[in-house]
Design a protein around this ligand. Structure first.
Ligand code: ATP
Ligand code: MG
Length: 561
C-alpha cells in the first residue's frame, strides 16, 4: 500500500481511537452517536460521509445511532425533506435506534434557558440583529457590551416569559448568553440563544413564537439523548467552546464530547443544500433526484448502489484536513461494485443497420449468452439473431486505419455470441452518410470460432432488428465545468451545458423489456445502466462508463498547468 493510503488509514482511525480509549478507560460503556440533519433539503454525498461515520462507528462498537432532525428553522423546513432523509438513510443500509427531533425538546430547552437567566448567565436584549452584528466587533477588535447586558434577573425572566407568550414582534427582543464580549472567539461574544419568530412549525404548530439557535439547541439535544461522541464537521471547531460552555452551566444528563472531521468536498460538483436547492428551484436540473445531482436520491436514480457509496466513504477516510476528492474515486467504487454484480446484456446506443445478405430471410436463431462471463452461477439467456441486425455506428469506419479492429469494408469481426461477419458493401444516403452495411456471415463460425482457426481481432455487440426494443438512453457528464464551482462568484455560470445527452431510438435486446427498476445492467462495451424510475417511456440512465474517460484528460491538464 502507498504512503498516502497509510496516512488516510491512520487518520481515519482518529475518532475510532478516541472511542476505543473511552471504552477502555470506562468513561463510557456504550457508544451513542447521532446523525443530525436539518430537514431543509435532500441529503447529498457529504451527508453520506457523516451517516457512514456516525452509524458506522456505532455499529462497529455495538452502540446505537439516532436520527435527529435539527428542526429549529421552520420557515426553511418541509415534510418532503423529512421523508426523503429517512428514505435515504434506510437506503444506505442503516437503522436508527431512535427517531428524534430537536423540536421534541423545545420545552426542556426553554426550561434550561430560564435556568441560565436565573444564574445571571443569559439576558434579554433589545438590540436589533443589525446592532448586535455591529456591537460584536471583529477578529482584531473586541465587541461592545449591549446596554441591556446588566438588566436584572427579574426583568429578564419577565421579558423572556413574555417573548414566549408571543407579546413581541420578530426581532424586537432576543435572548443572549452572557459570556465575554472581548473573547478572541467571536462565537463566545454573548451569542444569541433564542429569537422571536412567529412562524408555524411543521411539528409544534403555533405553540412557539420563539425558536432556539443551533449552537444552543445542538449541545443540549446531544446531552438529552445521552450522546457520547458528537461528531460534526470542521466548521464547528470554533463553536466547541460554546458547546461546552452551555453544558458546563447546566445540570444536563451528560456532557458529550464534540469531535470534528473534514467535510467531504467533491470536484466538479457542489455539496451545499442551499446551492443544490437553487439548482432545483431555478430549473437547472430536473429535481433533487436528477441523476446529475450529488444527492443520495440523484445517485440512486443514476444507478449507484448503497454498497458503492459506503465503500467510497470508507476509502476517503476520516481526517482533520479539508481536501477535494476526485469524482473518479466515487465512480470507481460503483464501477467495482457493478462489475461484480451487474447482468450483462447487449444494447445499441447509436444504431447502424446491418443486413447479412447470405443469412436465410426468415430464420431466427437463439444464441446462448452468459449473464456474467466470470460468474457462471449468474446463468445464461437466449438472444435472438436474424438477418437484419443493428450495430453501433462507432463500430464501423470507412477507409479505416490498420489498427481499427472493428468493421470496415472487406474486414471481418466477431458478433458477440454469434457469427463472424465480413462487410461487403455500404449504402449511403443523399448526404453521403453510411446508413446501412451489407455483410456476409460464415455459417461455420457460430459460437465464436471457425474450423480453420481463423482469427479476428474485434468482437462487437449487436441486436436483432425485428426483436429489438426501443428505448431512450440518458448519458451524463459532470454537472459543472469548474473543479470548485462552489468557490466561484456565480456557480450557475459554470454549469456544464453538456452534462446530459439524451439518445432516442436506441435498440436493446428483448430481455430488457422486463427490466426491473432496481436491476443494474452492464450494456456490454458501453457502460453500466439502470432503468429510469420516473420516465414515462422505457429509458435507461448510464451510471458510469466501463472505464474512467476523464482520467486521461485530467492528466493532460495537469501536465500543461
Ligand atoms: P449544507 O450546507 O449542505 O446544508 P449542513 O452541514 O448545513 O450542510 P446539516 O443538515 O446541518 O447540513 O448536516 C447534517 C450533518 O451532516 C452535520 O453533522 C454535518 O456536519 C454533516 N455534513 C454536512 N455536509 C457534510 C459534508 N460535505 N461532509 C461531511 N459531513 C457533512
Ligand atoms: Mg446546517
Amino acid at each position: 500500500m502507498s504512503d498516502t493510503n497509510n496516512e488516510t488509514e491512520k487518520a481515519g482511525n482518529f475518532i475510532r481511537n478516541i472511542i476505543q480509549q473511552d471504552l477502555d478507560s470506562g468513561k463510557h460503556t456504550k457508544v451513542q452517536t447521532r446523525f443530525p440533519p436539518e430537514p431543509n433539503g435532500y441529503l447529498h454525498i457529504g451527508h453520506a460521509k457523516s451517516i457512514c461515520i456516525n452509524f458506522g462507528l456505532a455499529e462497529d462498537f455495538g452502540g446505537d445511532c439516532n436520527l435527529r432532525f435539527d428542526d429549529t428553522n421552520p420557515e426553511k423546513e418541509d415534510e418532503e425533506y423529512v421523508q426523503s432523509i429517512e428514505e435515504d438513510v434506510r437506503w444506505l443500509g442503516y437503522t436508527w435506534s431512535n427517531l428524534c427531533h430537536a423540536s421534541d425538546y423545545f420545552q426542556r430547552l426553554y426550561d434550561y434557558a430560564v435556568e441560565l437567566i436565573k444564574q445571571g448567565k443569559a439576558y434579554v436584549d433589545s438590540l436589533s440583529p443589525e446592532q448586535i452584528r455591529e456591537y460584536r466587533g471583529t477578529l482584531t477588535e473586541p465587541g461592545r457590551e449591549s446596554p441591556d447586558r446588566n438588566r436584572s434577573i427579574e426583568d429578564n425572566l419577565d421579558l423572556f416569559a413574555r417573548m414566549r407568550a408571543g407579546e413581541f414582534d420578530d426581532g424586537q427582543y432576543c435572548l443572549r448568553a452572557r459570556i465575554d464580549m472581548a473573547s478572541p472567539n467571536i462565537n463566545m461574544r454573548d451569542p444569541v440563544l433564542y429569537r422571536i419568530k412567529k412562524v408555524h412549525h411543521q411539528r409544534t404548530g403555533d405553540d412557539w413564537p420563539i425558536y432556539p439557535m443551533y449552537d444552543y439547541t445542538h449541545c443540549l439535544s446531544d446531552a438529552i439523548e445521552g450522546i457520547t461522541h458528537s461528531l460534526c464537521t470542521l466548521e464547528f471547531e470554533d463553536h466547541r467552546p460554546l458547546y461546552d460552555w452551555v453544558l458546563d452551566q447546566l445540570q444536563t444528563p451528560c456532557h458529550p464530547q464534540q469531535i470534528e472531521f473534514a467535510r467531504l468536498q467533491l470536484k466538479y460538483t457542489i455539496t451545499s443544500k442551499r446551492k443544490l436547492n437553487q439548482l432545483v428551484t431555478d430549473g437547472h436540473v430536473d429535481g433533487w433526484d436528477d441523476p446529475r445531482m450529488p444527492t443520495i436520491s440523484g445517485l440512486r436514480r443514476r444507478g449507484f448502489t448503497p454498497a458503492s457509496i459506503r465503500d467510497f466513504c470508507d476509502r476517503i477516510g476520516v481526517t482533520k484536513k479539508d481536501s477535494f476528492i476526485e469524482m473518479a474515486v466515487l465512480e470507481n467504487s460503483v464501477r467495482e461494485d457493478l462489475n461484480e454484480s451487474a447482468l450483462r446484456v447487449m444494447g445499441v446506443l447509436r444504431p447502424l443497420k446491418v443486413t447479412i445478405e447470405n443469412y436465410p430471410d426468415d430464420q431466427v436463431e437463439q444464441m446462448t449468452a452468459q449473464n456474467h462471463p466470470q460468474k457462471p452461477e449468474m446463468g445464461e439467456r437466449q438472444v435472438p439473431f436474424s438477418k437484419v441486425i443493428y450495430i453501433e455506428q462507432d463500430d464501423f469506419m470507412e477507409d479505416a486505419p490498420k489498427k481499427f479492429f472493428r468493421l470496415s469494408q472487406g474486414r471481418e469481426v466477431r458478433l458477440r455470441y454469434a457469427y463472424y461477419v465480413t462487410c461487403t458493401d455500404v449504402i449511403k444516403n443523399d448526404e453521403g452518410e453510411v446508413v446501412e452495411l451489407i455483410c456476409r456471415y460464415d455459417p461455420e463460425s457460430r459460437g465464436g470460432s471457425t474450423p480453420d482457426g481463423r482469427k479476428v481481432k474485434g468482437t462487437i455487440h449487436w441486436v436483432s432488428a425485428q426483436h429489438a426494443i426501443n428505448a431512450n438512453i440518458n448519458l451524463y457528464d459532470r454537472l459543472f465545468t469548474h473543479p470548485n464551482p462552489g468557490g466561484t462568484d456565480n456557480f450557475i455560470e459554470h454549469l456544464n451545458p453538456e452534462s446530459l445527452v439524451q439518445l432516442q431510438g436506441c435498440k436493446l435486446e428483448p430481455s430488457l423489456a422486463e427490466a426491473k427498476n432496481e436491476t443494474h445492467y452492464q450494456f456490454e462495451r458501453t457502460g453500466y445502466f439502470i432503468k429510469d424510475s420516473k420516465a414515462q417511456s422505457l429509458t435507461f440512465n448510464r451510471t458510469v462508463t466501463l472505464r474512467d474517460t476523464w482520467a486521461k484528460i485530467d492528466k493532460a491538464n495537469q501536465n500543461t498547468n
